[in-house]
Design a protein around this ligand. Structure first.
Ligand code: TYD
Length: 131
């Protein structure tokens, strides 16, 4: 089974333009405790970590980038380029983000407050965790 889980977000767009409304624990499978966004991207990859508990939903609201997800056994990847779809990233998933377009804006909804101790930033350590 692919590690790429996409959610079609509630789309209220009409002939006046796009509108997506996301409700915590309703349209996405967790309570939202934190929101952040990545913008003004250089063409430098990001991520290279997993989270022990954190779940995230990533929406590329403008531009595009390539996500690689890895559970220690397999890797899957996807080009994110749609503001109407969200990529669910479960806990214990190594993620890398590559090939940001210059205009890329990534909106991230997170299930927990920021906690550095939830990060696994070393790939070998990640492999030990998922063994
Ligand atoms: P990081 O999660 O490593 O970024 P990316 O995975 O996109 O490469 O975060 C970069 C830095 O910002 C790191 O020092 C942690 C800090 N940070 C916070 O303080 N709060 C947050 O909510 C996030 C996402 C990061």
């Amino acid at each position: 089974m692919s590690l790429i889980k996409l959610i079609n977000l509630p789309n209220l767009s009409d002939d006046r333009g796009g509108l997506i409304a996301i409700e915590s624990d309703q349209s996405i499978p967790f309570e939202i405790k934190r929101v952040y966004y990545i913008f003004n991207t250089a063409n430098k990859p990001r991520g290279f970590h997993a989270h022990k508990d954190l779940k995230q939903l990533v929406i590329c609201i403008h531009g595009q980038c390539r996500f690689v997800l890895d559970n220690g056994i397999k890797k899957d990847e996807i080009i994110l380029n749609s503001p109407i779809q969200g990529l669910v990233i479960e806990s214990m998933t190594w993620r890398e983000i590559h090939e940001f377009s210059e205009d890329c804006i990534l909106l991230v909804l997170a299930s927990e407050y920021y906690d550095e101790s939830d990060y696994i930033r070393d790939y070998d350590e990640f492999l030990e965790f998922v063994k």
